[in-house]
Design a protein around this ligand. Structure first.
Ligand code: GRF
Length: 211
């Protein structure tokens, strides 16, 4: 059974999608050990509490400096015996020591088709504003492993979503979540939990059933 830590900062709809997938048997070999937020008001914490999942806030505001905060975060993950860290709308930069300690065991969901509209400055609505400004006809979401760069790690899954003429950033954000993020994040966790994911020369290879 793969033990997950889900890291959140906000509403937690991606966390909800993962919890639902575990409940309805789409994900069979994983369970959420802990949900950690950097923001005490994140509704994601309430979602976890309602499911009886351990939920904690570790905020940079409660520590003397970033180093102390990073240490506390890593200690918490280590003490929970976590196998996979899932960044589900987590808005804090992951420190290099955590990336090294959890090499290829941290995944992130990004609301575009990487390498478009990703990297520094592309988070939240800014991703969708960028897509609309450029006038792309297709966008989507990407689940990728986290490495030392911003959105540069090996790509695990992507799903395309159509852009409509009258989209606002908010409308597009919602469509990308509904049609892509809430599907590929649970799917990626299921594939990892089932031992179907390998990384070869910096690229992900997925062993599908029956192959
Ligand atoms: C999602 O759009 C995700 O891709 C982005 O932040 C948002 C999180 O939403 N990184 P939620 O907290 O899961 O509802």
């Amino acid at each position: 059974m793969l033990k997950l830590a889900v890291l959140v900062s906000g509403g937690g709809t991606n966390l909800q999608a993962v919890m639902d997938a575990i409940d309805n048997g789409t994900i069979t070999n994983a369970r959420i050990e802990v949900v950690i937020s950097n923001n005490k008001d994140a509704y994601a914490l309430t979602r976890a509490a309602e499911k009886g999942i351990e939920n904690v806030c570790i905020s940079p505001k409660d520590f003397a400096d970033r180093e102390a905060f990073n240490q506390a975060f890593l200690s918490k993950l280590n003490s929970c015996g976590v196998d996979l860290v899932v960044l589900a709308g987590f808005l804090v930069l992951i420190p290099p020591e955590m990336i090294a300690a959890y090499r290829y065991r941290i995944i992130n969901i990004h609301p575009s088709l990487i390498p478009s509209f990703c990297g520094k400055g592309y988070y939240g609505l800014k991703v969708h504003e960028g897509a609309l400004e450029r006038g792309v006809k297709i966008t989507g979401a990407t689940v990728h492993f986290v490495d030392e760069g911003t959105d540069t790690g090996p790509i695990l899954l992507q799903k395309a979503v159509a852009v409509e003429d009258d989209d606002t950033p908010e409308i597009l954000q919602r469509r990308v979540m509904e049609e892509a993020e809430w599907k590929i994040l649970p799917e990626a966790i299921g594939l990892i939990a089932d031992g179907r994911v390998e990384i070869e020369n910096g690229k992900v290879r997925i062993r599908r059933s029956g192959i």
